[in-house]
Ligand binder design. Sequence first.
Ligand SMILES: [Zn+2]
Length: 390
Amino acid sequence: MKLERWGWYSVGVSALLAALHGLIALASGSLAVTAELVHNLVDLMGAATVLTGLKLAVRRTKAFPYGLYKAENLAAAAIAGLIFLTAYEIASNALFAPSAPVRSDPWMLALLIATAAIPLAFSHFELRAGRAANSPVLVADAREYRVHVLTTGLALAALASERFALPLDRVAALLIVLAVVKTGWDLLADAMRVLLDASLPSETLLRIRAVIGAEPAVAEVKWVTGRNAGRFRFVEAGVALRIAELDKAAKLVHRIEAEVRKAVPHVERVLAHIEAPASPHVRYAAPLADPAGAVSAHFGEAPYFALVAVGREDGAWAESRVVANPHATVQRAKGIRVAEWLVRQKVDVVLTREDLRGKGPVYVLRDAGVELRLTDKHSLAEALAAARDS
Ligand SMILES: [Zn+2]
């Protein structure tokens, strides 16, 4: 994996710089070079965290079924704490420690020039690779290495100034510590955002919404949320579908996941909640004693049924039909057959005057998600108006 290879390169460069700065710090006693050494160690820990995060994230166990994605962020927060502690140590040395002599030999200066050139060259190649792979992690790492030209340059200037008896070492050390603290602060802020499940940026959520909405079978995208865990993104969306068949819906959900992954990098999981589409109408059914609209006192024996679609907003009758009960004359299980027939008519609510509690039709309607409501009204119009008000 490309990202992992560059992670190792970054570890190698930071380790090399830390070794060289450690050597110069020991030989010179310069506080500025020591600060730069700490800077390298901080980078080394950061790069190592990225690498272990890559490996840990995909490991799922019974005790951690959601993966250890956030282990990386937890480590980053711990490293930030370590950075602040070290920064405090160096800063208090620079400010309050009794002055000690600093050695400044030509070989140290030459080596410092080299340690400023190495990260500059590495940053150039890493930035090119990062842009080619469209990896924000690589690009950020490359930009960070550019800062080294400045901080190592400060250490170099401090050590060179000693040759002219200018005591700039402590000032340079403080400036480098500032750069290190900035790195630690960014690290901590990012880690806390992820650990506390901050939302994905709104433009990312809008892009995901557009991708899901582009599916022809999606009637409406009701909501989209998303969070980071480690470098990965987890997305949840509520969608209303135009299809009712479960197998088709399952396929669609998989297609949505694939499309979102394609459009947005680092998406690890997409959870689609299927929500009922909000129809503009409520479809009522009521047994009638005559086609004119008298509500029957019976259910299964009623000669007619009214099927009325009522506007959810305005209560207007968008469509109304009176249909002869197709099962009025059968002998057995009349009520159940009528209930099954009403389910096939896709009604939402059935109004009856007959109390059907404990009888077959109740179970048929309930299994199909159809609501059964008792009414005491004798005309269809009154029964519908009452049902709407309740
Ligand atoms: Zn750095």
